[in-house]
Write a protein that binds this ligand. Structure first.
Ligand code: AMP
Length: 146
């Protein structure tokens, strides 16, 4: 069996993140693969919901969000024994950034969580769905209980 060499764990820091993280860690140990972690901070909205006017991009809020995400990423990295250089924090669209990082770093397995949504949510497409459809490598969707 060929196994995996580089596993990328995608975390959104929701309540279920630890379940996905444990599975990725377990697989990296089983295959003796390198483990990396990625968190993507969504672009902040730039238009006001009240009157539809365009608002200036809030740089301070964005920086605060990045600082907070970095702390959480470092904490998780420590828990999982993932080196700093294998921790990715980026701004953008989660599915695009995760797939891009995977391609640029020879990742052969992406591990994500999946709520197994149906109906409209499935039509609109979840992050897990987007990654599954665009990734060149294998994708493991860890089923999460609501
Ligand atoms: P969702 O489709 O939003 O329910 O997310 C499904 C899974 O995609 C999560 O369990 C994570 O593994 C991954 N994911 C979603 N959003 C992000 C994000 N902003 N950064 C990294 N991974 C994410």
């Amino acid at each position: 069996m060929q196994g995996y060499h580089h596993i990328l764990l995608a975390v959104d820091f929701s309540d279920h993140s630890h379940t996905v993280a444990e599975r990725a860690k377990e697989l990296s140990e089983r295959y003796q693969a390198k483990l990396s972690i990625v968190h993507v901070t969504d672009n902040l909205p730039i238009s006001s919901a009240m009157d539809g006017q365009i608002m200036p991009f809030d740089i301070e809020l964005n920086e605060e969000l990045m600082r907070f995400s970095k702390q959480r990423l470092e904490k998780l990295g420590k828990e999982l024994g993932v080196k700093d250089e294998n921790q990715w924090l980026v701004i953008g669209s989660p599915k695009i950034e995760i797939v891009t990082i995977a391609e640029e770093n020879q990742v052969d397995l992406i591990v994500v969580g999946s709520h197994g949504r149906h109906g409209l949510a499935l039509l609109l497409g979840s992050t897990a769905n987007g990654i599954l459809h665009h990734a060149q490598c294998d994708v493991l969707a860890v089923r999460l209980k609501e």
